[in-house]
Design a protein around this ligand. Structure first.
Ligand code: SF4
Length: 429
């Protein structure tokens, strides 16, 4: 029996890619183990979206060198966006690495474990939308489903179009087949994945795809990430409003409240465009939860621009945000722009953003106390282990005490009794 260990950094796309790698390894007779020490193959699925994630990976890679010395038979593969970006340079820098596999070449993992082959797999893979890989999913209730790969937007700070290539959509029938299969296996919720799902172009457009998935009986909830504000159409807003299984939540990255900074970011919308879409979303779907991404301290961002972001947070009142300091990524336009800001300014702006958003999130969560929410039970709450954990349709985590009448996969009604910043608690009604 051979064993594998996968360490995953980064976004949902990477988490799902790791599920595919695990699927390939399992189909070749490997089983998962809990540590690199016990593995025959160790895979780092890396992220290069921010310098911090990259540094963390390289320090892990350095640490593993002594293990490879003790166990030269251990195979080490580097996958994900750093693999794509650096290619052979990873092996030159760290000769204890055996293989480098970019995100478009996950299927090469089979060659690696079944035969001695090349060590670097980073070619553009135009057929990626047609490759069906076995998937070892981490969850039994919720499943990720890729609907498209890559991105055409070239936001000036982002490395993704260079590592994951141009946009390519999967055929809608193949997506529907995968979801029907998930439904047969008992899954209740699907999250459709893509860098910019709004620009999905299969045999139907994205709202059309949602309509088709909405017909699959056993699937109770449909979510999707990520949406680009410039491609958020009226039809998509109506689909969220009208399709009963499409959840009332949208992740709509704003990045900055300053239209000048948005232009520097090449986001292709102004703050006025953005707020118009938010108003429309709130008008059509009053209960909708809106989450977002914010970058603090982009090159040339002035105090006034930063204040525009603060104003935007107050105006939109996001349910929650992911906010980070601007991190220059080699190879992107923003990394060489004039007006790079010192770290202390970026840190101060980030703190102000987070402090404000924390208050907004707490206030919004508190407003849910006493309300009845529909919660899909996902599993046991890892922190307390005497509670079930699930989510509202608006994607808020809710914990309820164990009850013998419910199990993961059930949808129940819960009265919210306690609100925290990151979760809610409630009683079954
Ligand atoms: S939309 Fe922009 S931020 Fe998102 S993946 Fe594409 S280039 Fe990167």
């Amino acid at each position: 029996m051979k064993h594998y260990y996968i360490e995953t950094f980064g976004c949902q796309m990477n988490v799902h890619d790791s599920e595919k790698m695990a699927g390939i390894l399992k189909s070749e007779g490997y089983t998962a183990v809990g540590s690199a020490e016990d593995a025959d193959i160790l895979i780092f699925n890396t992220c290069s979206i921010r310098q911090k994630a990259e540094q963390k990976f390289f320090s892990e890679l350095g640490r593993i060198k002594s293990l490879k010395k003790r166990r030269p038979d251990l195979k080490i593969a580097v996958a994900g966006c750093i693999a794509q970006q650096e290619g052979i340079k990873i092996i030159e820098r760290a000769p204890h690495v055996d293989y480098v596999v970019g995100p478009q070449n996950i299927s090469a993992l089979k060659d690696i474990i079944t035969s001695q082959s090349d060590s670097v797999f980073t070619d553009d893979n135009l057929a990626i939308t047609e490759i069906e890989l076995p998937i070892e999913r981490r969850d039994n209730v919720r499943a990720w489903v890729n609907i498209m790969y890559g991105c055409n937007n070239f936001c000036s700070y982002c490395i993704v179009p260079y590592t994951r290539g141009r946009e390519r959509s999967r055929a809608s029938q193949s997506i529907i087949n995968e979801i029907k299969d998930l439904a047969e296996k008992g899954y209740k919720e699907v999250t459709l994945l893509g860098q910019n799902v709004n620009s999905y172009k299969g045999n139907v457009d994205f709202p059309g795809l949602l309509k088709e998935i909405n017909k699959i009986e056993e699937i109770k909830r449909i979510r999707f990430v990520t949406s680009h504000p410039k491609d958020l159409s009226d039809e998509l807003i109506y689909a969220i409003r009208d399709l009963d299984k499409v959840c009332e939540h949208i992740h709509l990255p704003l990045q900055s409240g300053s239209s000048k900074v948005l232009a520097l970011m090449n986001r292709k919308y102004t703050y006025a465009d953005y707020i118009k879409k938010i108003e429309q979303l709130k008008r059509e779907i009053p209960e909708i939860a809106i989450t977002s991404d914010i970058i603090a301290g982009f090159p040339q961002e002035t105090d006034e621009d930063h204040n525009d972001t603060i104003k935007a947070l107050k105006e939109v009142e996001f349910d929650s945000i992911f906010a980070f300091k601007f991190s220059p990524r080699p190879g992107t336009k923003a990394s060489t722009m004039d007006g790079q800001l010192p770290d202390d300014i970026k840190s101060n702006r980030l703190s102000e953003i987070l402090e404000l958003q924390n208050k907004i999130t707490e206030r919004k969560n508190n407003g849910l106390k006493g309300t009845i929410q529909e919660v899909l039970i996902e599993g046991v709450d890892e922190k307390t282990s005497n509670k079930f954990s699930g989510r509202t349709r608006t994607n808020k985590v809710v914990n309820v005490l164990f009850d013998s009448t419910i199990k993961p996969g059930d949808t129940i009604k819960v009265k919210i009794t306690t609100a925290r910043r990151h979760s809610l608690e409630g009683e079954i009604v």
